[in-house]
Design a protein around this ligand. Structure first.
Ligand code: MLT
Length: 323
């Protein structure tokens, strides 16, 4: 009996360190958004973080760390301690485009990062100030080609989604150089578009759909195969006469490489639950986001998407930055 009790105590003692390791989270988690508040990354981060906070039983606090096309914030997040208390909401730009546009980038989204999962697909819209002269996409193309010295384009810095997607657009139109203005995110750029200080930008649907509906800006086309249910009157680029311009953007979560598996699993589960939460889902869909598939919400599925898009973008973007 005495022997048995001692054995049980020894077994308990052995089990304790393992239990202590999996006690996560014990304090608030910081979710870094590498752009200014009010932009698409911020919109998605704030929606999912609220639900993730409930699942994890601790506050997931969004912190905006803008600069250098989102690479400043992502560097901060991915070089933090791999303990699950600092994670990042990145996107097509910071994870798939930035490595080919910043030769001295301090992070590696392919081999040096722990993917968590995709948080939302974000179709790309070509949007302009409401009284911009061109009435439709064909007129927009002709106008931009004929007024390269006059037209002004907004973006969120080299390597951001707006920069990447408009770089592809300009490449296809044969107008690689326009007067472009870099902002700390497309949230502040949108303010200048609404007030008419800038002509156009390529932006993710989630932060501009409400302004398009309200008529404070206009949208020429969505660069996806299908129209967005959130903006059913906006034609696809194929319908509007520019079929070769097709690009899908997205936002997703990542953590520093080396984050323990049991912590990653909890974050994956919390993201998955957020995307199943009816309130979050309805809001995301209403803004035009695409809800990721079960596979895309996994670390492996998200990592494969990052690599696939990096492979697609690298040849085009590395040429574009040399020009
Ligand atoms: C933002 O959140 O401001 C955007 O995602 C910026 C961008 O990449 O275009």
């Amino acid at each position: 009996m005495k022997k048995l009790a001692l054995g049980a105590i020894a077994a308990l003692a052995l089990a304790l360190p393992a239990q202590a390791q999996t006690k996560y989270p014990e304090r608030p988690i910081t979710m870094i958004v590498p752009f200014a508040a009010g932009g698409p990354t911020d919109v998605i981060a704030r929606l999912v973080s609220e639900s993730m906070s409930k699942t994890l039983g601790t506050q997931v606090v969004v912190e905006n760390v803008a600069g250098a096309g989102g690479t400043t914030g992502i560097t901060r997040a991915l070089t933090a301690a791999p303990d699950g208390y600092t994670i990042a909401m990145g996107h097509l730009g910071t994870f798939s485009a930035a490595p080919s546009t910043y030769p001295n980038l301090k992070y590696d989204p392919i081999d040096g990062m722990q993917a968590i999962g995709l948080a939302g697909g974000t179709p790309i819209l070509i949007v302009a100030k409401k009284d911009f002269a061109p009435k439709d996409l064909k007129e927009f193309v002709a106008y931009v080609k004929g007024n390269t010295d006059k037209v002004t384009e907004a973006h969120a810095g080299v390597g951001s989604v707006s920069w990447t997607t408009c770089t592809l657009l300009k490449g296809q139109l044969g107008v690689p150089k326009l007067n472009s203005v870099a902002y700390r995110g497309t949230g502040p750029a949108l303010n200048d578009l609404v007030s008419g200080q800038i002509d156009f930008m390529c932006d993710q649907i989630v932060s501009v759909s409400e302004q398009v509906k309200a008529g404070t800006i206009k949208a020429y086309a969505v660069a996806s195969a299908e129209r967005s249910p959130a903006l059913p009157d906006v034609p696809t680029t194929k319908e509007a006469g520019l079929p070769e311009y097709q690009i899908e953007a997205w936002n997703g979560l990542a953590a520093p490489k080396g984050t323990p598996k049991e912590i990653v699993d909890k974050l994956v589960d919390a993201l998955d639950k957020a995307l199943k939460d009816e309130t979050v889902k309805t809001r995301l869909l209403g803004l035009g986001a695409v809800i990721p598939s079960a596979e895309e919400r996994t670390p492996a599925g998200f990592a494969a998407l990052i690599k696939r898009d990096a492979d697609k973008l690298t040849p085009v973007l590395s040429q574009a930055v040399k020009k």
